[in-house]
Structure formats: C-alpha cells, structure tokens
Design a protein around this ligand. Structure first.
Ligand SMILES: [Zn+2]
Length: 475
C-alpha cells in the first residue's frame, strides 16, 4: 500500500486508483516566456519521481504536463488579472514575436527535460492549441450560473463555490481582509478570477487572440489546466502536482472551475513541492542565485548530480540548494557506480553467500520508504546498507547467480533514479615502464601505511589516481 500526503486534506492517505492498476497524473507545466530554473525543475522532478515509482510498482501511468504559452499574466500570482501577458512582456524585451518566444522557450524546456532524464509524459499539450476546449468549459460554467460577463472579460464568481480557499487554507473572509488587490469596478469581488479576457483596456493589443461568444480575446490561465486535464485524463484525476506557489490562486481556481463544470470531484490526491532556496536565500535574478540547468552544466556540474540532488531530498522538506550539495550528490552517484563496477568485475565464487536474502530485505525497506509518501531518506538508507553488506561478502566471494541478482536490483532502482551506469568500465592500458612506476608507488604507499604515515600514504594514492590507477584496500 502506498500512502501520499494529500495537500487538500493535509494528511497521508492510502492511494486507491480510480481505475485498477492505472494512474492519471496532471502536472502544471512551464509558462514558456523565459528559461525554467532549477526550482521549477525540482517541482517537475517530484512528478517524475511519482510517475517512475508508480511504474516501478506496476501501474500503467498516463502523465500529462501542459505548456502554458498564453494567458499567464505578470501579476496572476498577486491575485489581480490586470497584468501584462508574460509572453508579450518577453516578446518586447527580446524583440521576437510572441509565437517565437513561446516556441523558443518550449524547445529549451524540452531539451532540459531530456538532459535531466525525465521519463516522457504522454503528452505536453499547448494551451494555444486547446482554446476550443476552454471556450466549451466557459459555456458550461455559464450554464451553471457561476460566471458573469463584464466589459473586460468573463469572471468566475467565487462566492458560488463554497470550497474556494480549502486547498490553500484561505477562507474568503481572510482573503478579503488581507490582500491588496487592484480594484476592478466591474467585478463583484476582487477575488473573482478571469476565465476569459476581452481585448479592451490594457489588453487591447493582445497579439494571441481567438473568437468567442464573449468577443475576441484570450483564455484565463487557470482555465487552461482545467480544460486540458479533462481532455486527456477525464473529469477526475488520480494526482495533480505542482509547486507550492501554484496552490493559490491557480490550483484553487482550477478546482472551482472543474468541479463546477463537471459536477465531479476534480482530483483525488494533490501533491505540492515545497519551495527551493539557494544558499538559504530566496531564488531571484537580482541575487544572482537564479540557476538554470544549463548554467549549472556550464559550471561543470553533471545533469545527474542535479537530478539526484532533487530526488534524494524529500519533496515536502524545504531544500537549500547549494553547489556543495551538487558535489555531494556526484560523490554518492560515483559510489553507487563504483559498487556496480565492483560487482561486474568480481570473479564469481562456487558457493552462495546469502545475497538473495540481503536483496529481498533491501528491496522491502526501499519500498517501505517510498510507499510512505516517497520518503527517499529511508529508501536510500536501504541501499547504503545493502552496499555495505554485499561488499563484506565480496571478500569471500559471491556466486554468478548472486552477481546477477545484485545487478538486476540496481537496474530496477535505476528505473527510478536514472543515474546508474552499467557499462563495464574499460581498464587503462599501461606500458611496461608505466607498470614499473606504478608498482614502485604501490610499494611506497604500503611502506607508509605500515608506518601509519597516512598523510604520505594518501599523497601517493592521489598520485596513482592521477595516473588512472584506483586502489582499494581489502582484508
Ligand atoms: Zn495548472
């Protein structure tokens, strides 16, 4: 049984799929007006982890991640919908058309997904290609009497949805008392959100536009996810994931629209990735700690180390992202890969060493951790423990069959981590002269070790490593 912390009910719940053996997952994808940063990817990687673990458990997973290429206004998160379209703002700044901006950043995003070894989603639907579905949904909301038209758009009347605020823990009264919202005379409540924007006022020259029963205009940001999730996954989803920042008003509004239009529960399990800070500071361009994937790769960090850093921390704990941590992750990955090489290179013994039981125990512990709201620290501890146990047994030998069992186990875990390397490493060839030098250095090191002169012994070992010689001290 797998338990997931449901952000809506704020407790861990046993996962019961809508359809036996299947899982439908929707993830709010990027708004393609700039480069996605590592904070965005940490949230997408939480979804990747969920998808991969469900597949590991044998579920047939249908995963949808949308591309927001219209309608996300610059101050959508500040509860006003009077801001500028994010794509249009970028278009002016970069002197490209909005369409060029959208495709350019979408391509970069898709490339980053590949670099970070994401499992492919079923589809990455673009908002601009689903405007008809969105218009249909607005019509449905109109039939239900929850939206109203003003001079500049069509708005959802949140007083008509009693659960508005439940996900983010905001009561309507608290919202009204606390927030500064730009006054829009036509709106019944400052918190009513747009499902359709007309080409008037600030939006008069909006470039991406479509015909609708409410005049020419463009869809509201929240509406996109409600319409696209319905089209590809149906009226009720198993999981909906996103960043913590998406809870309000975005997800809150998705729930109001979808549940009113469809008359059904929208999402069974909501998952939110907690925010990432960099060097204990909020990520921002002005602080210079706003990293994209390619920034870090250009600095010499591997994409695997970025991937592993985010996967290995629990998604609900606040992650302080540092370069130090990327280095640590790389060391851990190297350790796993060294272990795999050791297994591959070890000569099989005739007798068995009880490895099958060790693997069984490690697998059970791994799954126990993952089944508990994807608790990666418990899951990884099982792996560290296993490596220690198997290494000890390697000294007196394990059988061919046991070697295979270990490798199979590591392969099955790699269907989740995607950072292990099973390609047998090629050994470097040395000339007779080089061999002589190497042997001398090894003897020298052994002498230092016998004298307990660890500093010198380590220095010699570093010299050997530089030559391409790795030394392991065993019984
Ligand atoms: Zn969304």
């Amino acid at each position: 049984m797998m338990q997931i912390y449901n952000s809506l009910t704020k407790k861990k719940e046993v996962f019961v799929p809508i359809e036996e053996g299947k899982a439908r997952i929707y993830t709010c994808g990027p708004t393609v007006y700039s480069n996605a940063h590592v904070g965005n990817f940490s949230s997408f990687l939480m979804a990747d982890l969920l998808v991969r673990y469900l597949k590991y458990k044998g579920y047939e997973v249908k995963w949808i991640m949308n591309i927001t290429d219209v309608g996300h206004l610059t101050d959508d998160n500040e509860l006003s919908d009077s801001g500028e379209d994010k794509l249009e703002a970028a278009s002016k700044k970069e002197n490209k058309t909005v369409w060029e901006i959208a495709r350019y950043y979408e391509d970069l995003f898709m490339n980053d997904l590949k670099v970070l070894k994401f499992t492919p989603a079923f589809k990455y639907p673009r908002a601009t290609e689903h405007v008809n579905e969105m218009i249909e949904m607005v019509k449905e909301l109109e039939n239900k009497g929850v939206v109203y038209e003003t001079s500049d758009g069509v708005y959802f009347d949140i007083s008509k949805f009693k659960d508005y605020g439940r996900l983010s823990g905001n009561s309507l009264e608290a919202l009204q008392a606390g927030a500064r919202v730009e006054v829009n005379e036509d709106k019944r409540s400052a918190f009513d959100f747009a499902v359709w924007k007309k080409l008037t006022g600030k939006n008069e020259a909006h470039i991406m536009k479509w015909e609708s029963p409410w005049g020419t205009g463009f869809p509201g940001w929240h509406l996109e996810c409600s319409a696209m999730s319905k089209k590809y996954l149906g009226e009720t989803l198993d999981f909906h994931t996103g960043g913590e920042d998406n809870k309000f008003p975005h997800h809150e509004s998705e729930i109001a629209q979808s549940e009113t239009a469809n008359g059904k529960k929208f999402v069974n399990y909501w998952m939110h990735k907690s925010r990432v800070v960099v060097n204990n500071e909020k990520m921002s361009k002005s602080l210079g700690n706003f990293f994209t994937v390619s920034d870090l790769v250009n600095k010499g960090f591997s994409a695997d180390s970025i991937r592993f850093t985010f996967l290995s921390a629990h998604y609900r704990s606040k992650l302080n992202f540092t370069e130090e941590q990327l280095k640590e992750s790389q060391k851990t990955i190297d350790k796993f890969n060294d272990f795999i090489q050791e297994i591959l290179n070890t000569h099989a013994a005739d007798k068995e060493a009880g490895i099958a039981q060790d693997i069984k125990a490690a697998r059970e512990q791994f799954e126990k951790g993952m089944d508990d709201d994807l608790n990666m620290s418990v899951a990884l501890a099982s792996l560290y423990g296993l490596i220690k146990t198997v290494r000890k047994k390697l000294e007196s030998g394990i059988s061919k069959n046991e070697k295979d069992i270990v490798i199979d186990f590591m392969r099955s875990l790699n269907s989740i981590f995607e950072v292990f390397d099973f390609e047998p490493r090629k050994f470097k060839e040395f000339s007779a002269e080089e061999q002589k030098v190497i042997n001398e250095l090894i003897e020298k090191r052994n002498r230092y070790r016998a004298e307990k002169n660890w500093t010198e012994a380590d220095r010699v070992r570093d010299e050997l490593i530089k030559m391409g010689v790795n030394i392991a001290d065993k019984k």
